[in-house]
Design a protein around this ligand. Structure first.
Ligand SMILES: [Zn+2]
Length: 306
C-alpha cells in the first residue's frame, strides 16, 4: 500500500493496516506446509527496514491470531478511508490494486500475491422502499488464503470470534435451515476472475434467504470451497453487526413460512452445538502447524492505533 497523503494521521492509518496485513501474511506463512518465513515475503534488502518499522508483526505471527485475511484488511482500509462513492468505484479501485500487485513476488519460487487475493467481493444493504436515499453498502470478501487447513482455521476463528453468531450458525449447521433476512435486505457479489457480477453459490443459498443479485441458478455440482469461504458471509455478517433492526429480525422459517427460531435461539444453537467442537478443532489445527496456542486464543493488536 502506498502512503496516499502526507499528514501524520494518514501515515498512521496506512501503517495500521500495513502492520495488520504483514502480521496476517506472516501468520499464514507460518501455518503453511512447508512453512514460509517472513523474509520470503519481502523483496531483497527490505527485511530489516520493514522489521524496524513493524517489529510486532515479525515476532507475534506464531503466537497471535489475525481476525481477518489480508484482502479483508485491504478492503476495510479502502472502504473506511478511501470512502468509495459506489460499489462500482470501489471495484474499479480494487481491480487496479489487484493489477499492481501489492505484495512483492520472489521470482517463480516464492509466495505470490495471488495467494492472498480474494476472488470475490460481496456487498449488501437494506433498501427502504419509502426512502429516496442511497442505501449504505456493507462490504466483505471471500477468504484470502490458500490451503484447506488455513481456510479451516480462518473460518473457525471467524465463526468463534469475528462473525455475527447467526452467520457462524449458518456456516456450521450447513443444511439445517437457512437464516432468513428481512425482506428489504439485498446482497450482490462481483468476481474479479470473470470480472462479472456473480450469482450466489449452492452453499450460500443453503445458508441464507436474502435477495441475491443476480439470482441463484441451480447447479448440480457441489462447490469446491468450504462453507464459510464466500464473500457473502463477511458482508452479511458486517450488516448484522452494524444494523440492529436487521440483527434482531433474522430468523429460521419452516417449510410453510412459520418462524421456527429467532435471533437468540440461533445464537444458543451455535453455542450448544458447534462452539466447543469448533474451538477444539481450531486449537488442534493451530498446534499441528506449530502455532503456540495458550489457554486463551490471543489476537494481534497493531502498535499503530487509529
Ligand atoms: Zn457462496
Amino acid at each position: 500500500m502506498r502512503v496516499l497523503k502526507e499528514t501524520q494521521d494518514d501515515k498512521d492509518v496506512v501503517c495500521h493496516y500495513m502492520e495488520r496485513v504483514l502480521h496476517c501474511i506472516f501468520f499464514l506463512g507460518h501455518i503453511n506446509k512447508p512453512k514460509i518465513s517472513p523474509d520470503k515475503f519481502l523483496p531483497d534488502g527490505q527485511y530489516e527496514p520493514f522489521k524496524a518499522h513493524f517489529p510486532k508483526a515479525f515476532v507475534e505471527y506464531d503466537t497471535h491470531l489475525p481476525r481477518f485475511g489480508p484482502y479483508s484488511i485491504l478492503l476495510e482500509y479502502m472502504v473506511n478511508y478511501l470512502k468509495p462513492e459506489s460499489p462500482v468505484s470501489l471495484l474499479n479501485k480494487l481491480v487496479a490494486i489487484n493489477k499492481s500487485l501489492w505484495i512483492f513476488e520472489d521470482g517463480n519460487t516464492g509466495p505470490s500475491s495471488n495467494d492472498f487475493m480474494a476472488s470475490v467481493v460481496a456487498y449488501c444493504c437494506v433498501k427502504d422502499p419509502d426512502s429516496t436515499e442511497v442505501p449504505k453498502m456493507v462490504y466483505g470478501c471471500s477468504m484470502s488464503c490458500k490451503g484447506s487447513v488455513q481456510k479451516e482455521i480462518m473460518i473457525g476463528v471467524s465463526a468463534l470470534h469475528v462473525w455475527d453468531r447467526a452467520i457462524s450458525y449458518a456456516v456450521y449447521s450447513e443444511d439445517h435451515g437457512p437464516i432468513t433476512f428481512p425482506e428489504h435486505v439485498h446482497c450482490y457479489a462481483y468476481n474479479f476472475n470473470t470480472q462479472r457480477a456473480m450469482r450466489p453459490c449452492n452453499n450460500c443459498v443453503k445458508m441464507f434467504v436474502v435477495n441475491f443479485h443476480p439470482e441463484h441458478q441451480a447447479q448440480c455440482h457441489d462447490e469446491k470451497w468450504p462453507y464459510g469461504n464466500c464473500a457473502e458471509n463477511e458482508s452479511l455478517s458486517r450488516l448484522l453487526q452494524s444494523d440492529q433492526d436487521v440483527r434482531k429480525d433474522i430468523c429460521i422459517v419452516g417449510d410453510n413460512g412459520e418462524k421456527l427460531s429467532g435471533r437468540e435461539e440461533i445464537e444458543d444453537m451455535f453455542k450448544e452445538k458447534y462452539e466447543e467442537t469448533t474451538d477444539k478443532k481450531v486449537r488442534e489445527r493451530l498446534a499441528e502447524r506449530k502455532f503456540k496456542v495458550g489457554e486463551e486464543l490471543i489476537f494481534f493488536t497493531p502498535s499503530y492505533s487509529i
